[in-house]
Every structure is written in C-alpha cells, then in structure tokens.
Design a protein. Structure first.
Length: 710
C-alpha cells in the first residue's frame, strides 16, 4: 500500500484546497483564495495550531470530512449507521489517497463498523467550483442501516458568521433569509420529496462585511431533488462547519454485503468578490458542465404557454386564434398546457390517462401541431407524469400504484396522489405513454410538472422510498432524453419547487415560480440568480390583472422583468389591446436582439435600497452590457439616488442607451433626456454613477452599454 502524504493540495484558477491527512481521517485544512509562491501546507498547519481548553478532552476530536462518533466528536456526525443497534461507533483509518488531475479520492476503513468510506473531492480548474461526495460500503455480511451520510464537511473560519439562505412558499420562492451564525446549529430540513419551495438546499456563509461586489463567501449547494438537511453549526470550543446531505426517513436506507450508498453531490465555491462573484463562478460551472451539449449553441425560444390564457377551456378554434396572435408578436414555441388529455375538464380528474382527449381533439393533436408549425413555431406539451387523480382510468385499474402510509388515510393535494415510480410497471407505463406521444407527434418540448409534495412516501414494501423515488425520476427523465434527444424538458414543480443541480442534469429549463406578478418576480428571480444562470430561468409576461396576486401592472413592467430570463408569454393574447400587443412585440424583439448576451454574460447584482432593485449582465470581454433598474415602491425622498454600474472596464468608453421602455416617462425633464446616446467612461459609470430619474412606482428601465472609441 502506497504511503499517505501529510497534505494534498488542489489548485484552480482562483482557489486552493488543502487536505490534511496527518490523522486517522482526512480533513480540510484550507479552502479559499489561491495560494502562491513559497506557501506550504505545513505553514498553514502551524498557524492553525490549537491548544487544549479548560474542561475539554485531551486531543480535540478531528473536524474530519465525515466527523466521527468514535473519535469523540460531539457535533453532528458525518456518518450515522448501525447494525441492529450495534456497531454504530464510526472511527476510520485512511488506507489510500489517489491524485488524478484535479480530483482527490480518499479511501478509509472502519473496523468497528465494518464499512469502507470513500471521499471524492474535485476542484474545477476554470470556475473554482468544488464537487464533493461521501460513499459508504458495507464490508460485512449483516445488514447495515444508514441513518445519515452527509457530503464532506466544510470547516468555516470563525469570522464567517453570517448566513444567507433561501426560503419561500408557492408563488414566492427563493426569498433571501439573513441570519447570524449562533452557538448551536442553524438547520433547514426538507421532507417534501422534492427540492421544495420553502427550504432550498443552498446557503452562503460569509463575514459581516461581505456584500454583492466584495468580500469572502462560501456558496454551498446540494445537487439533489429529494429530501435534504442543511446545517451550519458552531461549537463552544470555537469551531464552525457546514454539512449538507440527504435526509433519510427511519429504515429508508439499508445496505447488504457489498452494497454502497453515495451521498448527493455537494457543489461549493469560495469567492473573494462577494455574492455576485460566487454566482458568476457557479453560473460558469453550470454552463460548462450541467448544460446538455445539445443546448450549448442553441438559442432559447420565446414561449407562449396556454395556461393563464385559457386554463381548461380548450377548443381548436381558440387555440388556433392564440397561435395566430402568438406568431404575430414573435413567439417561437407554442406550449399546450393542462387540459389536453382524456377526461381532463378540471384538476380533479383525468391525471394519469395520458391519451389525447378525443372530445377536444377528435383527430388527435396533429391538426393543432401542423397549424402551429405552419405559423413558424415549435410545439410543446405539458404533462405531470408522477401524479394521478383517483378519478382516472389509471387509478381505477391500479389503485395499488400509489405511495401511501398505511393504515393512515391518504393525504390529498389538488385531488391527486403520487405514483410509486420505484415500481417497474409504473416506470414502464409512464415511459410507454410519453414515448408514444413524442413518437406520434412533432413535439419538441415537455413542460414536466409536479404539483404536490410526497406527504406519505411509503412504497410497495411499506418502507419509505423517497430516495429511490428521486433516483427513479432521474432514470425516467434520462430514458426519455435518450429516446428523444432533441426534445427539451422543463422542470416545473408547482413553480420553483424542483430547482437544483441534480435535476439540471436531465432538464433544460426551470419554471421559476407560478406567479407572473412582475413585482413578486423581481424578488423571486433575484434569489434564483444566486445559483442559476438566467438561461434556465423561465420568465413569462403574465396578464395585466395578475391571477395570483390580483395586482394590475403595466405591460412595460411585465415585459421588462421577463426580458432577463428565458422569456415567454402566459396571457390571453386575444384580450390585449393593439397598443399592448405592439409593446409586447417590441419587448420580444429587443430580447431576441440581446439574448446571446443575456445567456452568456456575467451577472452583477447591485446593492440598492429595499424600494429599488437593480442588476446587470456584462459580456465576458466587457464590451457590452445590459442593466436593469426597477422602482418597486414610492421612494422616501422626492428624487431617487444614484445608480452605479458594475463590471465594466474603467479605461473604456461606452455609449449608453435607454432601450426600455420605448418612451420612458418622468415628471419633468430628467437625466434620461441627456443620458441617452451619451459616451461615458466605465470609470465614471462605476464610481460616480448616474442620477436616477423621478419615476412612478412600479417602473423599470433597461440600459444598454456598448464599447466605443473615446
């Protein structure tokens, strides 16, 4: 067996990670800005020398990649296992460390529990993103029960005492939650069986002085679409750490001899350039490694979705009229939402019977698809494969195909139950139905929805199966993609309830939220941007009278908010005035003109008062940029403050244009009257900034900057 060195170091473009292997188990000694020159790991180890404190054990338990119960660690253990209540005391010994480019694989064995532990750490050379997993293998003949197996533990410097997490609910996802780290544990748990609206599996931990553009931050995310647990703990001895992992129900995970469990993958990045800096690194990673190859050079299509236009009131004539209007305003993809399949007249019935409703479409979907294609648009279709209505042929024939928690009565949501995807017959039925639809019809897009949580996740055997349900979903999605590689798939879960790096491996777009209220969307989309690039962010122009909040908002605001995502329209086009259609058409044309920049540029969120919101997208070579400013509420002063741009070249001049709305309105002559077409240096735009005009609340401006000769 090869000898194990004391330290191992991974370097990327801007980061370094040092692994300490001097003890029985591996631990992260350093993860932060890149180390250069004469710096040696032993120097860091020397500076991190800790001493025994009063009333403490001799020899402080190691804060290992998987903190161990057997070592006397009193915080949350990284691995919690047992064999019928015995062999719970994990204390491992490293056996090997393998270096392979930017990856370290550390193998350890625990004689007391009869397991092998393998940690894999990989640092992306360009984006600095860390990927890390923990694997446990049962080496003995008896059954091994796993209560928890977290991804590798991330030690936190003691001055990283601020927590930025993400909470929310249906139609109000990705809201920022700011907390101060406390003595004890900050914990977010999710048992919904999907990523969830209320407990996104991501967190940013940072010192107090960090902001959007400056300061150190760790951004951590668990790429998993099922249950999870996120914890940031501080111990009284003065150590702090973060652990993210799958949350397992009692008895859910057991391993027989030779079987293994691998934790969901932890994705993390250290940035010295604030929250936006961390986001830019994560966006780069997603674009390079999680975006499917077939999408990398493909333009994102402008959507029209029928849901808020007609709901279940589908007729061929009405859909063709909507297709006419959609084509006229520049839509490129027409998506038929709920209501197209057998017996589906409301949300109470038909779900699971994935056959075209002959009462609505007596000749199938072909006439509608041909009409849509004839207008120059692709055709997409909504479905919700994981669910079933009791009022359906599928449930009447197979009532045993659903998850449950017998003998408890079924918990209903939207009059639907959850199919048990772990059953082979369920997988085969769903694939056959989806494959048949995609084979028979010219469908290039699937909006894959999931409108309820897994409240009672018991499988056929009676054991909890959330883990296996998640893997079965991945398997089904992968099978569909392999069979129909050119079909794009959108991840929707009653809005943004399934948005994570795990689902991105199988999908091409995320429906960010079920609210199309532009004011709500500003906050939702801002939160979404911390971990996801804008090309994955479904963003639709909704009706003037928002169906979720009841607010009435201008077309200029609605279109301006949708402009910065994967843009679409979800309003009854037949009810728009000619002026509204013209304005919407202009917004779509503007988006098409700039979408290459929007979906390849670097994102900069701005620090503005609560009644304002601003951000920008800057091209990688900094020659071009788009910036948005929104006045959400009435400002406390007669005139707003100053808007300072970010990410430009200081020594370069830019021509600045106000490109949206078409005719900005202000109370009196304003800076917009002299700013449009001006040539200004990047230095003055970033340091001095522009005075903002006096606008009506619920107004939005879009600035376009383009590099010119001085």
């Amino acid at each position: 067996m090869a000898s194990i060195a004391s330290f191992y170091t991974l370097h990327s473009n801007g980061s370094s990670l040092v692994l300490d292997c001097r003890s029985n188990a591996p631990a992260i000694l350093y993860w932060g800005s890149r180390l250069y020159g004469a710096t040696q790991p032993s120097m860091i180890a020397l500076l991190k020398t800790r001493q025994e404190a009063q009333a403490r054990v001799q020899g402080e338990p190691l804060l290992a990649l998987s903190p161990e119960i057997g070592a006397g660690f009193l915080g949350t253990p990284g691995i919690q296992i047992h064999r019928a209540g015995q062999q719970w005391n994990v204390y491992s010994q490293m056996e090997s460390v393998q270096e392979n480019g930017q990856t370290l694989t550390i193998s350890s064995a625990c004689k007391a529990t009869g397991i092998r532990i393998v940690h894999i750490l990989s640092l992306d050379s360009e984006t600095d993103v860390l990927q890390a997993t923990t694997e446990v293998t049962n080496l003995e003949s008896s059954t091994l029960w796993i209560n928890a197996c977290n991804a590798p533990c991330i030690p936190l410097p003691m001055d990283y005492d601020q927590i930025l997490a993400f909470e929310g609910r249906w139609s109000n996802e990705f809201q920022l939650q700011k907390s101060q780290r406390l003595l004890g544990a900050y914990v977010r748990e999710n048992r919904r069986g999907r990523t969830s609206h209320d407990a996104f599996p991501g967190v940013m931990v940072h010192p107090r002085e960090t902001n959007e553009s400056a300061g150190d931050v760790y951004a951590l995310h668990l790429g998993w679409s099922g249950n999870h647990r996120l914890a940031v703990e501080e111990r009284s001895e003065g150590r702090s750490y973060a652990q993210l992992g799958e949350l397992l129900f009692p008895g859910e995970m057991s391993l027989e001899s030779g079987e293994s469990y691998v934790s969901p993958k932890l994705f993390g990045v250290h940035s010295a350039n604030g929250f936006s800096g961390a986001s830019r690194q994560l966006h780069g990673f997603v674009r390079e490694h999680l975006t499917d190859v077939r999408m990398k050079d493909k333009l994102k299509r402008i959507h029209f979705n029928t849901w808020e236009a007609v709901y279940f009131d589908l007729t061929m004539d009405k859909l063709c009229e909507l297709a006419d209007e959609a084509a006229d305003i520049g839509v490129e993809r027409f998506v038929l939402d709920d209501g197209w399949f057998k017996g589906r007249n409301s949300e109470d019935e038909g779900l699971g019977d994935w056959y075209v409703d002959e009462a609505v479409f007596p000749e199938g979907l072909t006439p509608l698809i041909e009409y849509v294609n004839g207008k120059g648009m692709e055709f997409g279709l909504w479905l919700e494969p994981e669910m079933v209505n009791p009022k359906s042929d599928l449930y009447r024939n197979h009532p045993d195909w659903v998850l449950d928690a017998k003998p408890a009565p079924q918990v209903m949501t939207r009059n639907q139950l959850v199919l048990d995807l772990t059953r082979v017959e369920v997988q085969e039925y769903l694939f056959e139905r989806i494959d048949s639809l995609l084979s028979e019809y010219s469908i290039t897009y699937l909006k894959w929805d999931m409108n309820r949580s897994l409240n009672q996740p018991g499988g056929e055997s009676g054991r909890a199966v959330t883990h296996y349900q998640t893997l079965a979903l991945y398997k089904l999605l992968d099978r569909v993609r392999v069979a129909h590689p050119m079909v794009e798939i959108e991840s929707c879960a009653s809005g943004g309830g399934r948005a994570d790096y795990g689902i991105l491996r199988y999908t091409d777009r995320v429906w960010t939220s079920d609210t199309n209220d532009a004011l709500d969307r500003l906050r939702v989309q801002r939160g979404f941007s911390y971990f996801f690039p804008p090309e994955f962010m479904g963003a639709h122009v909704g009706p003037e009278h928002c169906h979720v909040t009841g607010r009435r908002l201008s077309m200029a605001l609605r279109a301006g908010v949708s402009f910065f995502g994967d843009m679409g329209v979800e309003a009854n086009l037949l009810e728009l005035s000619e002026e509204e259609k013209r304005e919407l058409c202009s917004a779509i044309e503007l988006h098409k003109k700039h979408r290459a920049l929007l979906f390849s540029g670097d994102n900069y969120r701005l620090e503005l008062p609560m009644f304002e919101l601003g951000f920008g997208v800057v091209s990688p070579d900094k020659s071009e940029a788009l910036f948005s400013y929104a006045l959400i509420q009435t400002p406390p002063r007669s005139a707003p403050g100053v808007y300072r741009f970010k990410g430009l070249k200081s020594d370069t001049c830019y021509e600045i244009r106000v490109v949206w709305p078409e005719k900005p309105k202000s109370y009196s002559r304003s800076v917009l009257d002299v700013l449009d077409g001006a040539v200004l240096s990047g230095d003055v735009l970033m340091t001095v900034g522009t005075q903002l005009p006096i606008l009506m609340p619920e107004s939005l401006l879009i600035f376009h900057l383009h590099e010119v000769d001085a």
